[in-house]
Design a protein around this ligand. Structure first.
Ligand code: PLP
Length: 340
């Protein structure tokens, strides 16, 4: 029986569900993992994660399709990305096939928490891993915990997607040759001051520049950029310090294969932003948030799509990708993992 929740009015906050997945790594091997009721984590006061921030995460969604199945979108790419992250943080990789199985088990155990089709709500899944044994000299932990919980989240846009205003940030989110390309908690810890400051000044997000030259566009704290040119091309920034968004990579394929658009994945300079027709931020949470205006230290870049609604091509991309996710449009091979 589906939980008695007002799905359409849910926000984006943690709601504890019945079950979660836990697996422990010890003596060089992962155990089989279990589904448990216990929503708390008990670790040493000196655990590696608490001292040296050895932790990483992923984020994906389960939802009900038009024909009543419960599915996830490209979870194999989340598994791959977490494996890449773990290698960079000297953490043990959780085998990718087992990773997807763990997500399936977590959703199955919480199937009553999956919001119904048409509500706009989804079940957000948060897989994560951290160093769990005592570490005082600086080195990687020897023991780790991999967990996955889920929480129902409401529709990202209530009453339509209003374009947002963002600013060019004076802070950097990633160092050259640093950890910008992996989903590490530490990237978020250091972005918190910048986002609180942006919000205090009336901006929704920070546009981060490339850390080496500060002339090229990277991404925001948690979403990649897409731009639409006046002649209808999709342009998206390329950089070694951008987190490879699965939404952005999927939109590139949707643009080319479904909408017949030209796609350019290349360096994007700050001083060419004024020439684009539309701008959006893409990530799992919103799929695409339209950007209406970018403030670069008092110089306003206003996109012709305006402040009232999503640009027309951004809207087409959004409708096509969400159509694929919700089962209204046929998906490319392997994109939809059916759970129920
Ligand atoms: C998670 C994340 C994204 C979005 O990635 P998706 O796979 O599309 O959800 C973009 N940028 C950063 C920094 C992220 O952490």
């Amino acid at each position: 029986m589906s939980k008695n929740i007002d799905w359409s009015n849910l926000g984006f906050g943690y709601i504890q569900t019945d079950k979660r997945f836990v697996s422990n790594y010890k003596d060089g091997a992962w155990d089989d993992g279990i589904i448990t009721d216990d929503a708390t984590v008990t670790i040493s006061e000196c655990a590696g994660v608490l001292q040296y921030a050895q932790t990483c995460f992923e984020g994906l969604k389960a939802y009900t399709t038009e024909d009543g199945h419960v599915v996830c979108f490209r979870p194999d790419l989340n598994a791959q990305r977490m494996a890449d992250t773990c290698r960079r943080l000297e953490m043990p990789v959780y085998p990718e096939d087992k990773w997807v199985e763990a997500i399936v088990k977590t959703v199955e155990a919480n199937i009553d928490w999956v919001p119904p089709y048409g509500s706009g709500a989804t079940l957000y899944i948060r897989p994560y891993m951290f160093g769990s044994n005592p570490v005082i000299g600086v080195k990687p932990a020897d023991e780790y915990q991999f967990r996955a919980f889920c929480t129902p989240v409401g529709p990202y846009f209530k009453g339509g997607a209003k374009p947002i205003v963002i600013r060019v940030s004076d802070f950097d989110r990633a160092a050259p040759n640093g950890t910008g390309h992996i989903k590490a908690g530490l990237n978020y810890a250091m972005s918190l001051h910048a986002i609180v400051d942006a919000h205090n000044k009336g901006y929704s997000e920070n546009l981060y520049l490339d850390p080496a030259t500060r002339t090229k566009v990277e991404e925001t704290g948690g979403a990649n950029f897409i731009f639409i040119t006046k002649d209808g091309k999709l342009v998206t920034p390329k950089s070694d310090s951008i987190l490879p968004s699965i939404t952005r990579r999927s939109l590139m394929i949707v643009a080319e294969k479904y909408l017949g658009m030209e796609v350019e994945h290349r360096e994007v300079y700050l001083d060419e932003l004024k020439d684009f027709a539309e701008c959006g931020l893409c990530g799992t949470a919103a799929v695409i948030s339209p950007v209406g205006k970018i403030d670069d230290h008092g110089t306003e870049i206003c996109f012709p799509s305006g402040m009232n609604e999503m640009g027309p091509i951004t809207k087409k991309l959004y409708d096509t990708l969400t159509g694929i996710q919700m089962g209204r449009i046929e998906a490319p091979e392997g994109w939809i993992k059916v759970i129920k």
